[in-house]
Design a protein around this ligand. Sequence first.
Ligand SMILES: [Zn+2]
Length: 271
Amino acid sequence: MHHGNIEETNLAPVGFIWHSTYSCAYDALFTILYNLWSENRNKWSTKMKLNNLIGSLITGFLEVNQGEITMEICRDRIRQTLHNQNRNKFPLRQGEGTSIFDLCEEILKAHEIGHIKTKCRVCEREQESEIETLIFDCHHINNIRDGGSNGAHHTIINWLAIYLDIQGIDGGARCCRQQMRTIISLVHSPAIMAFNMYGTNIGLTKAFTLRITNKRKYYLTGIIYHGDYHFNCWFIDKNGTIWYNDGMETKRECIIDGDISKISMSDLNMC
Ligand SMILES: [Zn+2]
């Protein structure tokens, strides 16, 4: 007996309905987080709880799931919290959008992720700071090693390998007329990571393994695309189905847009 149909219908990803106060950044990020969370509520309720803000978002997801509030009320509560924290970064008016990077930075804030240590090779002066968020800005090292004359595609894993190189990378800060060496280290493999690749030559990776203290495999779960002051997103479910959502056009519905195992990564980059 085949009993997959009903479950599949119930499990189809859902999106947030766009609001005219430019909710698109929230719609895109929360669509990915909500659908990932829905795949394994117990697991992600714990693993995604990086800070109080995302904690409230997860509480909201639970309420949505129990039919107590709409997805949009859940989104707008977080928007209001962020707006109260910083009115300029997180506006609530028509005509003023929110940067997806600023939003990810807040939602993915976490403690004890890792350290950034800068050191001068001449006088040995050192500075150390904490990594505070799980969105990594790939602009820190763009144009990583020319992949030869054929312009080979660099992916997130190449970028991470350089970023986390134990020898360090040349940082922006200067001391003794030289660029200081920056050594970035993670304490453990985080449960989720996001990468800001906009305007870089770095390509997406379907999956990769990272070994810090333990080995962890990462799967591409979401892509947010920015164009014309608007954001669209793709959510990749655990079966590898790619779903497209645009809160403005597709609203609640997510549309199947392929299968991750059958698509080439350079096609995805073009989206
Ligand atoms: Zn120095």
